[in-house]
Ligand binder design. Structure first.
Ligand SMILES: [Zn+2]
Length: 396
């Protein structure tokens, strides 16, 4: 067998012939080689410490001991090195603030609202430390990217342009401090305004300050605080929450009118079924004749026709809304556990016999009886017997 090298190079690192191993380790190594083991623990015959060995690569590695030189406390980076780190990451701190951060004037405590806890400003070292947001690492200073990234990825395509730009802008804003979970940041795109981001609701709060006022506050700190009465002017960015709320009221408003008429593109949500997309046309039609339908349907006579572009007119279906007649204990939403959703206007369905179509809010996780769930981007989905789940998008 080839020679081995002790991995503890700083105080042993000796080369030796495997035959020098203890009898036990040597036998172990022989069988490990036969089995092509890539992980085993044996002992150096010289320093007697354990180490890992990979018989395929014939390579020893540290196991439980590390170079004491390396574990010496991390040398704090110099300002120059930190500036290089930021530069490499294309993060640009406004020059006056960078100067302030590196000056003796730097005071980490900043009062933004006179009747609230002070905010803490990060120093330059802290700004360059990595922080985990939503599973990914960001520099503390650019952590707002982390808060907007998921949002943009999930619903970015559905956002109106102005909102999309708002998120994009927020992503590039520079975090400078915090108070509890609130994030204090500078908006470079808006004259270095200082604002507060609330990660728990996605709100943006105005402070009425600009970056310069933090830098120069030594002189005028008290006046500024008193001027900051603008905290009630919370500006809501249309984050997920807002979107849900607004589309909810949209659905609520529409339930009175015709929620269904229109054209829809249908795409399959079954992973292994990439069926061609189809277009459905739903149109309001004459109410059902109460004499010609079963009594249980009399509570809701509204009817629509549903035509598939593929099937043509001969496959026109008459559809009705899910029965929801509490007085007579008829509730078609109950079997899915959607009664409350329907009552609050967040779930409306029509029934075509062998299929049904429902509307909820866009970007919603829909649950069937709390067990099965799926995500609908458009908020309109359908279930066809023998076919499965489809997503619909209203195009007209
Ligand atoms: Zn050794």
């Amino acid at each position: 067998m080839k020679e081995m090298i002790c991995p503890y190079s700083w105080d042993c690192g000796k080369r030796f012939d495997p035959i020098e191993l203890s009898k036990f380790d040597y036998n172990f190594l022989q069988s490990a080689v036969e089995k092509k083991m890539t992980f085993m623990i044996i002992h150096c015959p010289n320093c007697s410490r354990e180490f890992k060995f990979d018989t395929v690569q014939w390579k020893a590695d540290e196991f439980g001991y590390s170079n004491p030189e390396h574990s010496k406390k991390k040398v704090k980076k110099t300002t120059k090195q930190l500036a290089a780190v930021l530069n490499k990451a294309k993060i640009e701190i406004p020059a006056p603030y960078f100067e302030y951060l590196t000056s003796n004037e730097f005071n980490s405590q900043v009062s933004v609202f006179s009747d609230e806890e002070d905010f803490i400003l990060y120093d330059l070292h802290e700004l360059c430390e990595k922080v985990k947001v939503d599973g990914k690492l960001y520099f503390t200073i650019s952590q707002l990217k982390g808060f907007t990234q998921t949002l943009l990825e999930v619903i970015g395509d559905d956002l109106p342009n102005t909102q999309y730009l708002q998120y994009k802008t927020l992503a590039d804003c520079l975090t400078i401090g915090y108070e509890n979970t609130r994030i204090l940041y500078i908006d470079n795109s808006d004259h270095h305004s200082v604002r507060i981001f609330h990660p728990d609701g996605g709100d943006i709060e105005e402070t009425g300050m600009v970056c310069d006022e933090i830098i120069n506050r030594k002189k005028q700190v008290f006046e500024i605080i008193d001027q900051c009465t603008c905290k009630n002017s919370m500006k809501k960015l249309f984050f997920l929450f807002t979107i849900i709320v607004s589309s909810m009221s949209y659905a609520q408003k529409k339930t009175g009118g015709d929620l269904w008429s229109g054209s829809y593109v249908v795409t399959s949500k079954n992973e292994n079924q990439h069926a061609d997309t189809d277009t459905l046309i739903i149109a309001k039609t004459a109410d059902a004749d109460p004499d010609k339908i079963p009594a249980k349907y009399e509570s809701d006579l509204a009817r629509w026709t549903l035509t598939s572009a593929k099937g043509g007119d001969k496959e026109k279906q008459i559809v009705n809304r899910f029965l929801f007649d509490i007085k007579n204990k008829k509730d078609a939403y109950a079997e899915f556990g959607w009664t409350d959703l329907h009552k609050s206007g967040k779930m409306n369905c029509i029934d075509g016999g062998h299929f049904f179509i429902c509307q909820t809010e866009p970007n919603t996780e829909v649950r069937f009886n709390k067990e099965e769930k799926f995500f609908t981007k458009t908020g309109i989905f359908g279930i066809w017997l023998h076919y499965g789940l489809v997503e619909l998008e209203k195009i007209k």
